[in-house]
Structures are given as C-alpha cells and as structure tokens.
Ligand binder design. Structure first.
Ligand SMILES: Nc1ncnc2c1ncn2[C@@H]1O[C@H](COP(=O)(O)OP(=O)(O)O)[C@@H](O)[C@H]1O
Ligand SMILES: [Mg+2]
Length: 256
C-alpha cells in the first residue's frame, strides 16, 4: 500500500531522512517509533507529498508520488487522512461541523448521507452524544477521538497518526490505542508515529524504529522486544543500561 525506498531528505542544512526504506502492507497497522527529533513527523509529511525527497521512491497504492504535480498529489491525498498531534479541531465549529466539513469539501454526498456518516463515525469513537458540543467543552482525549472520527468519516483507505497518545493520561491513551486496533479490524491501513512504547506494542502489526533519520529496526513487536541492539535496548529499556544511557535517550542530531 505504501512503500518508501532509499528516501533521503535535507531540510535547510539538516540531513533529516537518511536512506529510509520500509513498506506498509494494505490493512496493516505500522508503527514508526523513535525519540523526539528522529524524523517521524517528516516521514508522514513525505508520505503525504508535502515534502519532496532529494532522492528515493515513495509509492502509494502502486503510484510513484515523488513525480506527481500538485493537482495529482491532491487526488492521492484524498485517500489518506491525518490525525494530527493536537487533534486540530476548529474551535469555532461544533463537533458535528468538525467531522462534517471534510466530507462536504471532497464529495457530492447529500446532507442526509453526510449526517449519517458523521453520526456513525462519532458513534464508533463513543462520542455520539457530543455532536452539538464545542471542542472547548471536551477533554483532550475526547478531542483526539473527534479527530479520529473525522478521519474515519472521510472514507480514507489510509489513516496517518502523529503521536495519537501524546499528552494523554494512561486511561485515555489506552482508549485511543483500542480505537486504532478496532479500526484495523475494518481493514484500514494505518501508520502510527509515536514515541509511546506502550501504545506501539498495543497497536502495531509491525514496527519500524527510526534513529536520527535512519531505520534501525523493521519487524514485529516481539522482534523489537527481543533485540539486543544497544540503540534499541537504550530506547525500549533505558533502565537496563548501566552507563551511556544519555546517548540513547537523547540522540544528538548529526549537524548539532
Ligand atoms: N522545516 C524544517 N527545517 C529544518 N529542520 C527541520 C524541519 N522540520 C524538521 N526539522 C528537523 O528534522 C528533525 C526531525 O524532525 P521531526 O520529523 O519533526 O521529528 P519527530 O517527529 O521524530 O520528533 C529534527 O531535528 C528537526 O529539527
Ligand atoms: Mg513529531
């Protein structure tokens, strides 16, 4: 469904992605795991065609997107929906309108069909009763769930999440992870960027781990857990390191 091959990207003077290759099979939930600053959000941006790589190939649903013009990129993007780090709701719109607008923008559906889709997707995330509320009346966890409902309602085949559990308490984080798992059973392809190891293990079919813009692991959650690579152990089990943990906890940027 999505395949990156030999992707290099420099932003400003900074080499941000260095020879990134991995793929995401249709229907799979792939976690991109890594410390802050490792390049995770940038990977989502190249998948959406918001950054064009210096070198390498990115295929989405068989189509090479690095060569597309803006108009064709827009078409590819319609099959993908992003769940943003801060939920990114419009504060002046109700929950209904927040979920509604993307459908209204990209389709010629009747108002009745849109209303039904909005209701169904809010029901899916357990928030059917908030439809007339304003975002400010909702907790952080609920706002994230509205963001997921909006992505779901768009009918996209691929959902991309940037730190979906970021800033949430463990109960709300767990609720979000459960939703991602539940969406996976609907056959939706998902890419989940996170530094939250618990969430990664809860949702992942496969995990790709990034360090300083490079892939240092690509495999199953069990494979990650069993790895004895010091860079991986330093991230997943920092307490096990007797010294040198600072190197792994906060990897210096190559140009810093
Ligand atoms: N527009 C930009 N210009 C220059 N450097 C950037 C830009 N965007 C991101 N970076 C740098 O790229 C690196 C990776 O950023 P990012 O993908 O946001 O990491 P993550 O999401 O893993 O925290 C960081 O060192 C960041 O400072
Ligand atoms: Mg990020």
């Amino acid at each position: 469904m999505i395949a990156l091959s030999g992707v290099w990207l420099t932003l400003g003077e900074r080499p941000v992605l260095n020879d990134i290759s991995f793929d995401v099979q249709a229907g799979q939930t792939k976690v991109i795991l890594g410390a802050s600053g490792s390049g995770k959000t940038t990977i989502l941006r190249v998948i959406l065609g918001l950054y064009r790589p210096d070198r390498g190939s990115i295929r989405v649903d068989g189509q090479e997107i690095t060569e597309l013009d803006e108009r064709n990129l827009t078409l590819v993007r319609q099959d993908m929906a992003m769940v943003f780090q801060g939920a990114a709701l419009f504060d002046s719109l109700t929950v209904r309108e927040n979920v509604w607008y993307r459908l209204w923008e990209h389709s010629r559906l009747s108002d009745e069909t849109i209303e039904q889709t909005v209701q169904e997707s809010l029901q899916f995330v357990g928030l059917a009763d908030t439809v007339d509320k304003m975002p400010a009346e909702l907790s952080g966890g609920m706002r994230k769930r509205v963001g997921i409902a909006r992505a779901l309602a768009s009918g996209a085949k691929v959902l991309l999440y940037d730190e979906p559990t970021g800033g949430l308490d463990p109960i709300n984080a767990c609720m979000i992870s459960r939703l991602i798992t539940k969406l996976s059973t609907k056959g939706i392809t998902q890419v989940v960027v996170t530094h939250d190891l618990d969430a990664a293990y809860r949702v992942a079919d496969r995990i790709v781990m990034i360090q300083r813009g490079r892939v240092i692991f690509d495999g199953t959650p069990d494979g990650l857990q069993q790895s004895d690579d010091p860079a991986i152990r330093g991230f997943i089990d920092p307490g096990s390191l007797t010294n040198g943990w600072e190197t792994f906890a906060n990897p210096p940027n190559p140009v810093d």
